[in-house]
Write a protein that binds this ligand. Sequence first.
Ligand code: COI
Length: 451
Amino acid sequence: RQCASSLESSLTQAVVGSHAKILRSQVIPITAAITTKINARHLSSIQHNPRWRASGVLDSYVAQPARPISLRQLVFFGGRNLDEKKIIDSANYVRTELPLRIAHRIRDMQKLPYVVVTNRHLSEVYELYYKAFESFRRIPEIKSLEDNEKFCEIVKTALQEHLTVIPSLAMGVLECNDLVPSHELDRFMNVILRSRISRRVIAEQHLALTDTFNSPFHFPDSVSNQPHDFVGEVFLRCNAREVVEQVGKHTLELAREANGSTSPIPEIQIEGRLDTTFPYIPSHLEYIIGELLRNSIQATIDHHSQSSTSLPPIKILICHTKQHIIFRVSDQGGGIPIAELAHLWSFAKGPRAINYLQNFSQVPKMAATLQELQKTAHTHSRRESMDTSLSRLTSRPPNLRLGMGLPMSRVYAEYWAGSLELHSLDGYGTDVFLQVSKLGNKCEQLNLDGV
Ligand code: COI
């Protein structure tokens, strides 16, 4: 592979002007062929694997659209009068929706150039997806609570097996970024990651509802009159200020650990509509706010490393409109160098991508986000003792920077129809705007075009 990419870059550098483009288009297939040859043994195992052949069953799933759901609908499923029928309906929704959503992503992978999809990391993900597709599509209709218990076990195992999907995808995309234009790889990553969040949301919501239903404190009659703060994984009264405060405290502790307790650390100041509450899945918001704060804190420390005065604060303004909550995170960390701006949201290109290629290979078997690992561990411990393979999995060490925090945060924000934008004032600082829907009435955004 190294041969292939250095051949490509030296040949490309050797040409100038309009010929560069033409030559590049000829060089890429050559380097791809070399990479393919190097992977020949791996490739032949794939060619003989029936999962790689066209399948009528898969076609029939791909022909059906997914049925996206809103936060309100998630709440409705598990809200008032959580009874046996609701649990069974929820189980059957998840049972039918998971294979369908996975089938669409398998098809996306099949459409990638062959040399890309045969990459070791991407084909690992492909195999996992195919296994999950085959397992979920064969589960018969759930008719009783006993059926549901068995179903929950299968879901739990799948959630655990898929913990390492993000690092595998990230590694795969980086290793292939000289074979396919990076905007195509980024599009692929955005769709596949959004879809993955969506599957984990519906699966985890169902497990949480089943737990609530089985809980000895669950009395359907009294529940019907009492608004609960949590319905499954959805927190009905997420408080913007509290989330920022909690995540901020944790992020500052990490920064102290990373930079030494004697180095100055910026203060986090929160202002604006501090009472704002809205329904949301807290772990999604915690991930985004955590990544934004980590970036701002580190940039402020680095930019002012020569200064003896105290560091300028990071300011978080919370405001809201009828439909949205907006968080503005402002720092004076020097902004983002112009050369990096072009690849800011890319999984496949840019200096930050190099970061995660190095760091991911340092810690190969891990979940990319702490929130996912905690959730899976929690799901296990509240249902039974944790599987030993899960306890072997580690989250990324808190100070290990993978460089994918911004694009991943945007995937989380856009999934619930929100947005994430960044404005950099080169040499001064950065303002990041996170907008989330306030009413919980927006459906999951499964495709990039909003369909
Ligand atoms: C994933 O995490 O990628 C999943 O698809 C999980 C799902 C099979 C429960």
